[in-house]
Design a protein around this ligand. Structure first.
Ligand SMILES: C[S@@+](CC[C@H](N)C(=O)[O-])C[C@H]1O[C@@H](n2cnc3c(N)ncnc32)[C@H](O)[C@@H]1O
Length: 274
C-alpha cells in the first residue's frame, strides 16, 4: 500500500496529558482551519491526520457531511474528547482511529481532502508523509496543512530564563527529528511532492486576555516538565533539573503578569493533486 519508511522515525515532542488536551480541545475549524474552509464543501470525503483530541475534525465533519470523515492519530488516548463532542453535536459521519500519516490505511486515489494541523513540523520525513497524503488523494483532491514557525514567537515580558526555555523547547523538537521552523517551507515541500496551485498564508496563535495568558503560561510550564521533554534536555546536558523547575515556575509567573502577551506564527498552505 505504501512506500517503505526509514526505520529512523522521529519522536513526537508534544504531550498527551490533561493540560495539553484541554488546550488543544479548544481548537476550532473556524480559526485553525480557516485557510482551508473555502476549499471544502458538502459530500467531500476528508481525512484529518494527527487529529489529536479531534475538535477541529468534528467541525470539519459538519461541513463535508454527509460524506465520511476519519480522524487518525498515532495516540489512541486522544480520541475521547472528539468522540464526545461528535455525540453531543449529533455528528454521525465521523470515525476516529489509530493510524500513522506515513502509512495511511486507504487505497490510492480515494479521498477528496486531507488536513493536518500542527503535525508535519514534528516529522523527520515530511516529504514521505506528504507523498503518502498525495497517494490517497483523488485527482483534484485538496491538502491543507498548518504548522508553527518558531522564527516568529512574540512573548512579553521576557527574561533570560524564559528565552532559554523557548530555545530548549525548539531544540527538543529538532533533536526528536522535527523542525520547529518548518512553517516557512510548506510551499517548497508541497510543490516538491507534486501538489499544484499551492497557496500559502500565515496567521498567529495568541493569548491576549488574563484568562488565556494564565492558561498559556500553565501550558508551557507543564510541557517543559513532561518526561519526554525533560529526558531529551537532560540526556543532552542542555539544562539541569533545577533549571527546568525554574523555567516552569517562570512560565507560571509570566501567566499572571498583567501586561503579558504571547503570539506564535502558524504558516498555512493548501495544494491540489493534479
Ligand atoms: C500538536 S498535536 C495536534 C493535534 C490536532 N491536530 C490539533 O491541532 O488539535 C500533533 C498530533 O500529531 C500526532 N502525530 C504525531 N506523529 C504522527 C504520525 N506519524 N501519524 C499520525 N499522527 C501523528 C500526535 O500524536 C499528536 O496528537
Amino acid at each position: 500500500m505504501t512506500q517503505k519508511i526509514d526505520s529512523e522515525r522521529e519522536k513526537y515532542s508534544g504531550a498527551y496529558g490533561t493540560i495539553t488536551l484541554h488546550s488543544f480541545s479548544e481548537r476550532k475549524a473556524s480559526k485553525e482551519a480557516d485557510f482551508f474552509l473555502p476549499y471544502l464543501s458538502s459530500n467531500m470525503t476528508l481525512l484529518d491526520c494527527g487529529c489529536g483530541p479531534g475538535t477541529i475534525t468534528v467541525d470539519l465533519a459538519k461541513i463535508v457531511a454527509p460524506a465520511s470523515v476519519i480522524g487518525i492519530d498515532i495516540e489512541d488516548s486522544q480520541f475521547e474528547i472528539g468522540r464526545n463532542k461528535a455525540q453531543q453535536e449529533h455528528v454521525n459521519n465521523i470515525n476516529f482511529q489509530v493510524g500513522n500519516i506515513y502509512e495511511l490505511p486507504f487505497p490510492d486515489n480515494s479521498l477528496d481532502a486531507v488536513f493536518a494541523h500542527a503535525v508535519i513540523y514534528h516529522l523527520k520525513h515530511p516529504d514521505q508523509a506528504l507523498k503518502e497524503v498525495y497517494r490517497v488523494l483523488k485527482s483534484g483532491g485538496i491538502i491543507g496543512i498548518r504548522d508553527a514557525d518558531h522564527d516568529h514567537i512574540i512573548f512579553t515580558p521576557s527574561s533570560p530564563i524564559l528565552e532559554k526555555a523557548w530555545n530548549l523547547l525548539g531544540q527538543v523538537v529538532t533533536i526528536n527529528g522535527g523542525d520547529p521552523f518548518f512553517g516557512k517551507y510548506q510551499r517548497k515541500y508541497l510543490q516538491k511532492v507534486g501538489f499544484i496551485n499551492v497557496k500559502a498564508s500565515a496567521s498567529f496563535d495568541y493569548a491576549g486576555t488574563t484568562e488565556k495568558i494564565k492558561q498559556n503560561g500553565e501550558f508551557w510550564a507543564d510541557l517543559i516538565l513532561q518526561k519526554q521533554v525533560t529526558a531529551v534536555i537532560l540526556n543532552h546536558g542542555l539544562a539541569t533539573p533545577q533549571e527546568l523547575e525554574t523555567m516552569s515556575q517562570a512560565f507560571i509567573e509570566w501567566g499572571s503578569h498583567p501586561d503579558a502577551f504571547f503570539a506564535r506564527a502558524r504558516c498555512e498552505a493548501v495544494g491540489k493533486k493534479p
